[in-house]
Design a protein around this ligand. Structure first.
Ligand code: SF4
Length: 257
């Protein structure tokens, strides 16, 4: 699991609010409705869940980061060319300062927030990319990443992974939204259908089937090769949208992609 050079920086001694930053780089959005769009990624470190398949291990199971001030982050975003900014993690909304960062960037950028859907935000968001975590994401001693003992996280993750109030708030408040599910196989679809029905029941906004995205689980080309066709077939069969993981297809699991 490679780590970005970003974490090798010194923590800032600048004044003001700071965020733990794992990566900050320009690339192409790899997933979802905006796949292929040039984007600057601000990846915060820290998460309130522990999916066994987490594709940003160094923001969740083993958080690594440099502390940067909001002014430094904004200046670095401004030094890069994309007009789209993706604030991601980890779970970016665990940090109160993320709202201030989004507000600081709002006038000049299209803002996507990638979130697991368990926390709300009052900040301006152009696209809420909400990835609710299914029962198949829960870590156990059998599926946890190498050298990791999930310990308390099996129960903690299972208890925290779905918050209908937060999901409704995120769906209602962003200019656009997508519900993006990491799919491990056919067994996930019953839970997806049930959860989408539940969110439709509490959110005061239409959720079309085309707002529901199925994304194959897999952090490497080899892993994706085993899941993508089945997940694409499931999307076609259930009437949901399929999303690729372009960055994995293009750059495998390299950092800063
Ligand atoms: S919610 Fe996202 S960042 Fe957190 S552990 Fe799961 S996949 Fe990783």
């Amino acid at each position: 699991m490679p780590v970005s050079d970003t974490v090798a920086r010194d923590d800032t001694d600048a004044e003001g609010d700071r965020l733990p930053i794992n990566e900050l780089f320009a690339s192409l959005q790899g997933e979802g409705k905006l796949a292929g769009v040039p984007s600057t990624f601000v990846r915060t470190s820290g998460c309130n869940l522990r999916c066994w398949f987490c594709d940003s291990f160094h923001t969740s199971w083993e958080p690594t980061h440099a502390w940067l001030s909001l002014d430094e982050i904004v200046a670095e975003v401004e030094s890069l060319s994309p007009e789209h900014v993706v604030v991601t993690g980890g779970e970016p909304l665990v940090h109160d300062e993320t709202d201030a960062l989004l507000s600081a960037l709002d006038d000049d950028y299209h803002l996507t927030v990638e979130t697991n859907g368990t926390l709300e935000t009052d900040a301006p968001v152009d696209l809420a990319s909400i990835s609710p975590k299914l029962a198949s994401s829960t870590p156990t001693p059998d599926n946890a990443p190498d050298d990791v003992d999930p310990g308390v996280w099996t129960e903690r993750h299972e208890n925290a992974r779905v918050d209908l109030g937060a999901l409704a708030s995120l769906v209602e408040d962003a200019a656009e939204f997508q519900l993006k599910f990491v799919v491990t196989g056919r067994d996930d679809l019953d839970e997806i259908e049930s959860l989408v029905d539940d969110v439709r029941g509490v959110a005061d906004r239409e959720i079309r089937d085309s707002d529901v995205l199925l994304m194959p689980e897999g952090q490497t080309r080899e892993q994706l090769a085993r899941t993508r066709t089945e997940v694409a077939d499931l999307a076609a069969s259930f009437g949901y949208r399929y999303t690729p993981r372009l960055h994995v297809d293009l750059w495998n699991d390299a950092p800063e992609t």
